[in-house]
Design a protein around this ligand. Sequence first.
Ligand code: 48F
Length: 271
Amino acid sequence: MEINLPALDERVITQAIITRYTEVLLSLSEVEVAVVGAGPSGLSAAYYLAGSGIKTAVFERRASVGGGMWGGGMMFNQIVFQEPAREIFEEVGIRFTEFAPGYYVADAVETVTGLAYAVCRKGAKIINLVTVEDVVLQNDVVTGVVLNWTAVEMAGLHVDPLAVRCRCVVDATGHDARVVRLLTEKNGVTLKTPGGRVQGEKSLWAEIGEKQILENTAEVYPGLYVTGMAANAVAGGYRMGPIFGGMLLSGKKVASLISEKLRSSSSGSPN
Ligand code: 48F
């Protein structure tokens, strides 16, 4: 087989990258929802938010999306989930098998790539290699996120960040609950959750951890929501170990809470 490659101009390649990237970033200077972290809960949240027609951006500090999903459990790259999460896999089109009654298992690489592709196709934008290093806080409401290149953070460079305005921020940063910690540590504010501060996660208890993750998925401060492991870290819930149904369902729940809030605020009813 003979393939004839056309002549190439390096300048055009450079121009295409810079022009298109800048267009995308400019379009995200104001969004309805900024999701921080592209692990299972953040990707699921973005999938359902964008699916409801909500302008959504996901900011991920690493080069790769997927968070803790790639490694399955202890690098055995299989994703286990339970019954209520099955419909998410079916909807997104990720293949799985039933291992035992009520326990399902899917390939981790297919799960991450399938979910990330579905998020993009729903219309959410994922920006990787940027770290959310702060929030915008105005009149006791979180109204945006503050971004810098992850490389700037890693190199310890003194470079000021940029801010993105939004109506809601979702902390999907996992065990660290980074965004909520930033808010409370910098501003000394009290959260709506019991204790008013980040409690830190408890040890492993899969069943209770999974239940708590859904209960703890909530707005924890005006404009700031938590999903995934961040929700249990904030409320002091158990970790659940290598089961991912709760993460995906938590993303779905936070999307539904935010959709309701945005709908009620645009219709003028109190929230
Ligand atoms: O850790 P992560 O996968 O969080 P999750 O969605 O899921 C937890 C599970 O993976 C697993 C578990 C269940 O079995 O307990 O650990 O709650 O994904 C969090 C993502 O957030 C990114 C981080 O790189 C990862 O991809 N992240 C963390 N801090 C920041 C961030 C930040 N400041 N700015 C941007 N992204």
